[in-house]
Design a protein. Structure first.
Length: 134
């Protein structure tokens, strides 16, 4: 059911510094920061030949990544995103198998303009998983 790896996201305490590291030290193609108020994050995209990276920084007072950064103040891998063809079918199948879909269970439009959902990290071996319909 899951398809390609769409992106790996890293929560960072300093978005400008992390962007500079990826651009200047690692030599990657790095976007400008983009606020995602519906998701409580500011995101920077890094384009790699075979996938993408997302650098995430909290936006607003109730950011879903604030607790993660409090526990990991230097930053860390926050989630992986797998592509699916039909996100509602994927959601219903995974819920029926006992996985917890986060939020209200309805997809939101993600940073790439496509519907996304998140699955609880405790149900997937300590890894927060995002599904994106492509
Ligand atoms: C840019 C838009 C979009 C895109 O298009 O790509 C995005 O990527 S938005 C990214 C940010 N959005 C989200 O993360 C939404 C889903 N996340 C959540 O709903 C919450 O963050 C969470 C996963 C439910 C965690 O909530 P929180 O309140 O921070 O922590 P808890 O105390 O409830 O955590 C319970 C338990 O899980 C562990 N945990 C938390 N976050 C992660 C994580 N990212 N990876 C692995 N494990 C995680 C946490 O440590 C707790 O464990 P214990 O301490 O053992 O209880
Ligand atoms: Co993401």
């Amino acid at each position: 059911m899951i398809g390609k790896l769409n992106h790996v996201a890293i929560a960072v305490p300093d978005l400008e510094a992390a962007s500079a590291t990826y651009r200047d030290t690692l030599g990657a193609e790095v976007s400008a920061p983009l606020d995602q108020p519906d998701h409580g994050v500011t995101v920077v995209f890094i384009t790699l030949p075979n996938t993408k990276m997302e650098l995430l920084h909290p936006l607003g007072e109730k950011s879903p990544i604030q607790g993660f950064l409090d526990k990991n103040p230097a930053g860390g891998i926050h989630h992986v995103c797998y592509e699916v063809e039909d996100i509602l079918a994927a959601r219903d199948r995974l819920k029926a198998q006992g996985l917890r879909v986060l939020g209200d269970g309805n997809p939101k439009i993600g940073a790439h303009g496509k519907p996304v959902l998140f699955l609880h990290p405790k149900d997937l071996y300590g890894t927060l998983v995002e599904l994106e319909q492509v």
